[in-house]
Design a protein around this ligand. Structure first.
Ligand code: 5CA
Length: 464
């Protein structure tokens, strides 16, 4: 993309309404614009990051064997009356009446709708296990929407629902989700710690929230500091293996890590004092096992092996996709702006032309742009007439991990400058070497750059 043809309305001043750094930087970098309290338009740069996160979520869900679909945002109140949640959900639910006087609602979550789909089409235990998910906008009429996309009223959520014959099978689904979520967050450059939590209006006994530690987080958390040393990394996971998924779940959840709702001072005090931590965190996901809470009242049964109808065991599993952007920025920024992790950056590399209009500099930038594009990377080329300082400030603000700076002086010596946004370090390289280096950096995120098969047989439609 050439900046002169893009829409990137960056702000020079700090917007006064933003209380936390991620909200401030998202507004300043021209990623979002508030439409109403807690409701945002996603401007091109923000939309690009949102789609990147969605893509990672899809890839990891499909890898775990879960099936993508799409349910509507507007739901019928009658379904929610069947489960008893129409009255229970309270004022967070946005209720709407259509022209025929029928009660509808803007979905805050989808347990009822998915259970209705299931009961209409699945009748035998032989069709289990089944996990369906979608990524769709939700609405919760939060009393205090704040911190930009962190606590919105309209927000994008991945929500998945497992249907299993037995509690044992459903707990495998729970563990499978836990593992796939950790992989998802790690690919986004985040450490999100599973913590024992409260199930709230979704219900059930078993639930973990995933928390990214951050001072600005809304949740109070207590944990054993050793839990922050655990990583999933590049291990191969067989999602069909009950033992493997359970082992990972146990590894990640055996140490003390709880939100304030389930915190137990007596148990916490058994941790050696130097490892006891209380901190704040951003909840970026939550998984639930709730058994037959919805399948019972809504009659979602299957014919079991003995021919008798049994209600299915269910769980639901959510990732706060739009909130994650705020969490990533809270975890990765400096006083100049955002620092995107390579897995989620909206553009892979910035190109800054120090002397727009200089024939050699223009030609070198065009060649770099073409070479990066040809190998499947997306550069953002600042081809405007802005002075160099302004171009650097914009690149730093929008946080692309790598920048190639091109100027007549360097070109005389056959070099351009490759700069890391994170460390600020620069190296001088020939333009060809710079392209090669950028390709190497992104190879782990784009397998085709390393000449590997891209997710053989399981690839999801790429949005970007
Ligand atoms: N049905 C279940 C799981 S599918 C569910 O709704 N879970 S939830 O309530 O925990 O929401 C899932 C995730 O959505 C949360 O972990 C959080 O990351 C995100 N989320 C919830 N409320 C908001 C909000 N107001 N703004 C932004 N993200 C939110």
């Amino acid at each position: 993309m050439r900046l002169s043809r893009y829409f990137l309305p960056v702000l020079k001043e700090n917007p006064s309404e933003a209380q936390i750094v991620s909200h401030r930087l998202m507004l300043r970098a021209g990623m979002i614009k508030q439409a109403q309290a807690g409701i945002y338009s996603w401007l091109p740069l923000g939309f690009k990051v949102l789609r990147k996160l969605e893509n990672i979520v899809h890839e990891e869900q499909i890898r775990a064997g879960h099936i993508p679909m799409l349910m509507p945002t507007l739901q019928s109140a009658d379904l929610w009356r069947e489960s008893g949640r129409y009255d229970d959900y309270g004022e967070e639910m946005l209720r709407i009446t259509d022209r025929h006087g029928r009660d509808m609602l803007f979905g805050p979550t989808n347990e009822e709708l998915i259970t209705d789909i299931f009961r209409g089409h699945v009748s035998s235990y032989k069709d289990l296990p089944l996990t369906l998910y979608h990524i769709q906008w939700k609405f919760r009429d939060e009393i205090r929407p704040r911190f930009g996309v962190m606590r919105g009223r309209e927000f994008l959520m991945k929500d998945g629902y497992n249907f299993d014959l037995t509690k044992e099978d459903a707990l495998h689904s729970y563990n499978r989700h836990l593992v796939s979520y950790i992989r998802t967050y790690e690919r986004m450059g985040l450490q999100a710690i599973p913590m024992r939590a409260d199930s709230g209006p979704i219900g059930g006994d078993d639930t973990h929230e995933f928390l990214v530690l951050a001072e600005t987080g809304e949740s109070e958390v207590f944990y054993d500091s050793k839990v922050t040393d655990i990583r999933l990394g590049e291990r191969e996971i067989n999602y069909d293996s009950v033992e493997q998924c359970r082992a990972v779940m146990e590894e990640f959840t055996s140490l003390y890590a709880r939100t304030d709702e389930t915190h137990d001072e007596a148990v916490f005090n058994q941790i050696p004092e130097e490892r006891r931590r209380s901190a704040r965190g951003i909840e970026v996901g939550q998984i639930f096992y709730f058994g037959t809470k919805y399948s019972d009242p809504m009659g979602a049964t299957v014919q079991g092996p003995d021919g008798k109808p049994v209600p299915v065991h269910m769980g639901s599993h959510g990732i706060g996709v739009s909130r994650l952007i705020g969490a990533i920025i809270e975890a990765s920024h400096d006083d100049k702006g955002i620092i995107w992790p390579e897995g989620v950056t909206p553009f892979h590399c910035g190109i800054v032309n120090l002397k727009q209009g200089d024939a050699e500099a223009d030609a070198a930038c065009d060649q770099l742009y073409a070479a990066l594009t040809a190998i499947g990377l997306e550069p953002l080329y600042d081809d405007t007439n802005e002075r160099a300082g302004g171009k650097f400030a914009t690149m730093d603000l929008i946080g692309l991990p790598w920048r190639i700076t091109v100027g007549p002086r360097g070109l005389k010596n056959g070099v351009v400058e490759l700069t890391s946004r994170k460390t600020g370090e620069s190296v001088e390289l020939s333009p060809e070497e710079a392209v090669k280096k950028v390709a190497e950096i992104y190879a782990p995120h784009h397998p085709h750059l390393a000449r590997e098969e891209p997710m053989a047989g399981r690839s999801f439609h790429t949005w970007l």
